[in-house]
Design a protein around this ligand. Structure first.
Ligand SMILES: [Mn+2]
Length: 326
């Protein structure tokens, strides 16, 4: 632990603290906010923390402790805080709570995004860390961590490492997770509930999409088409198709997967995933979308068969010019 930047030192003599993160918060964001708030209130008896987030994903309620304390309404927050702690993002993405960051007596920014140049008076940003929770842990005295804090940090670490699958998972990630597990919580149930349990409609629509899967380019590209009627027959919303392209990419021999899902207004929302050879952001960009090398998206009007055929050609060009994997 760096004595110069530990969380208690950052809090100083603050009595009112706002802890907040990015809009559309995920498990790392919520877990990091909750862990920071609980830790500071435990270590600094004079301090009262408000956790400010625009929403709480339903799978986190009941799996991260005290989510009912989260204030989602800007009007429920104080007029001003002694300290504003911004986690898992630069202050630009604080949404409706941004002005409270600007008006706070002091500000601190704890994050792991490489793009974050540090918008707080104190900045602890470690792009090598797999999650904001991992960064936060290094600012804590392990002796002060209790079960609730441990669970919050664990959910964050597990979220941002994709249950320890992503390349951001380091030996240190596992060491921290191991230390947290000493607090004897039901990690198996949390991981199942937060990451694998889906609504009936979501599972059903994934089945419907996969039934239409087509293997192209000798199995290196998998595509699916899902009409709005098919989706609605499963009782699924447009958001319920998230995760289908990632599942398609888990086909042996495939490098690229594309789901074309029809939106309510008759366009095709395309979700692209790559296992590392194809840069799907290049394909999405051709259709006015964007994203990352391994995950990208775009919304296109026209005939889905034609769109997928065009995308197949773009993927083929990339795969042909790529150095073959031995
Ligand atoms: Mn994160």
């Amino acid at each position: 632990m760096s004595a110069a930047a530990d969380l208690i030192r950052i809090a100083g003599d603050a009595r009112t603290v706002a802890v907040s993160g990015h809009v559309r918060p995920d498990g790392d964001c919520v877990g990091c906010c909750m862990a920071a708030a609980l830790y500071l209130e435990k270590a600094c008896p004079q301090l009262k923390a408000d956790i400010l987030l625009e929403s709480v994903p339903e799978e986190l309620v009941g799996n991260i402790p005290y989510t009912e304390r989260i204030l989602t309404d800007r009007a429920a927050a104080r007029d001003q805080y002694d300290l504003f702690l911004c986690v898992d993002t630069a202050p630009e993405r604080l949404g409706c709570f941004r002005d409270l960051f600007d008006s706070a007596g002091r500000t601190a920014n704890i994050d792991h995004h490489i793009s974050n140049r540090g918008g707080g008076m104190v900045n602890v940003i470690d792009p090598a860390a797999g999650s904001a929770c991992e960064v936060l842990y290094t600012l804590m005295d392990p002796a002060q961590i209790d079960r609730d804090i441990a669970v919050s940090l664990y959910v964050g670490i597990v979220t941002d490492t994709g249950v320890f699958r992503y390349s951001s998972t380091s030996p240190e990630t596992h060491r921290i997770a191991a230390a947290l597990l000493e607090h004897d919580f039901d990690h198996a149930s949390i991981v199942r509930d937060v990451f694998y349990v889906k609504s009936f409609a979501r599972n059903k629509v994934m089945g419907a999409a996969l039934m239409s899967a087509q293997s192209r380019l000798g199995g290196r590209l998998i595509t699916c088409m899902l009409s709005a009627a098919q989706r609605e027959a499963c009782g699924a919303t447009e958001a319920d198709v998230d995760g289908i392209s990632a599942q398609m990419a888990l086909t042996r021999g495939a490098d690229c997967a594309i789901l074309a899902s029809e939106t309510a207004d008759g366009n095709w929302r395309c979700s692209l995933r790559s296992n590392g050879i194809t840069d799907v952001s290049v394909i999405a960009a051709q259709f006015g979308g964007g994203g990352h090398q391994r995950a990208a998206g775009c919304t296109v009007s026209g005939d889905a068969e034609d769109i997928l055929l065009e995308m197949e050609c773009l993927a083929a060009m990339q795969l042909e010019s790529a150095v073959p994997r031995i």
